[in-house]
Write a protein that binds this ligand. Structure first.
Ligand SMILES: [Zn+2]
Length: 349
């Protein structure tokens, strides 16, 4: 029960990433050599041959219902940890920067989807000529989803990531509740389904499942991130499977029958036996019951914009992400435009 505290001490300072720079570089250069290139047959283009329109006030924006489809283009999967404070650092992003990221994506014609939708090639939430973006929230801190209790009623804290999202959506038509939450359910420092005690943003333990269920009910995706953020590369197979299975069990307790399809690797570290990241089982010694898991997607920590599910080289078991650090989200979105490598939805769904 207590090694979780040892392992999770790391969380506050260094959440998901470790030593991923080479991968990031490799994939980065992959953008330009990628074959996607920007064009898919004109027959797939949305609308007629209208010239692309430009959004007022933003020369860089390419929001346009007439952009030609590019189903093999890249999809930015942005990765967030703690949303708080007044200074950005590796694993903390200020509310202002997070909101600015959404604004930038919106302005450029992106609409949010989940990893599950990406796997299913379900771009029904992305109008023709626009592009999908995936916001992924790791580690389940209270900063992502906090309740305020007022006169016995619970309200979502407007300064938490979910609260900011909802507020943004009010003034940005088409910004739906789509995103992926890769959660811990036994992490230290309150990283247990968004805060498990008053010390963590005044949250109550009994609110945990309610939050997870609310997310699922709204259309957000629930994703496995292990029980307490284990460095999977350092443990034997049995421990790896226990960590992953018990996180999926926690999600099932909050939302009975929920089919978890995605896992995010803590620190981007693979287990020694790689397939155990997406398939395995654990037998609870107390009950003798075996709990299995089988996921469709594995999220890396970094690597640049992800490949499209239409790209023949797409590997659902290794989906790259962009860490929302510093100015990277804006730069990556700008680069997808300048290199014309971004995924653009077509008219047909
Ligand atoms: Zn993490």
């Amino acid at each position: 029960m207590d090694r979780r505290f040892v392992a999770l001490v790391l969380l506050g300072a260094a959440a998901c990433s470790k030593g991923e720079a080479p991968a990031a570089k490799a994939a980065d250069s992959g953008i330009t050599r990628d074959s996607a290139g920007g064009s898919v047959p004109a027959s797939a283009a949305a609308g007629s041959g209208a010239t692309p329109s430009t959004v007022a006030g933003s020369g860089a924006a390419t929001t346009s219902a007439s952009a030609p489809a590019n189903l093999q283009g890249r999809i930015p999967v942005l990765e967030y940890h703690v949303i708080a404070g007044d200074k950005n650092s590796a694993y903390t992003r200020t509310a202002a920067s997070y909101r600015a990221d959404m604004e930038e994506a919106y302005k450029r014609g992106y609409r949010p989807i989940t990893i599950a939708q990406m796997l299913d090639k379900d771009f029904s939430d992305v109008p023709a000529g626009m592009s999908p973006v995936v916001f992924v929230f790791d580690d389940a801190s209270d900063s992502q989803f906090r309740y305020l209790e007022q006169n016995g009623k619970l309200e979502i804290d407007p300064t938490s990531a979910v609260g900011i999202w909802l507020d943004f959506a009010k003034t940005h038509p088409g910004w739906k509740n789509r995103g992926t939450f890769c959660m811990l359910n036994g992490g230290a420092a309150g990283h247990n389904f968004f805060g498990d005690g008053p010390k963590w943003g005044g949250q109550k333990r009994e609110w945990r499942f309610q939050k997870v269920k609310w997310l699922a009910d709204q259309g957000f995706e629930l994703c496995d991130h292990t029980l307490w953020h284990m460095q999977l590369s350092k443990y034997p197979d049995a421990a790896v499977q226990e960590q992953i299975a018990r996180n999926a069990m926690g999600i099932d307790s909050a939302v009975p029958g929920y089919k978890v399809r995605t896992i995010a690797l803590p620190y981007g570290l693979w287990p020694k036996n790689r397939p155990l990241a997406w398939q395995g089982s654990w037998t609870d010694p107390k009950t003798g019951k075996t709990h299995s898991y089988k996921f469709d997607a594995v999220l890396e920590v970094s690597g640049g914009p992800a490949r499209s599910p239409y790209d023949p080289a797409f590997n659902a078991k290794s989906i790259n992400r962009i860490e929302a650090v510093g100015d990277d989200p804006r730069k990556q979105l700008a680069r997808l435009d300048s290199t014309k490598t971004r995924f653009v939805a077509g008219a047909g769904k």
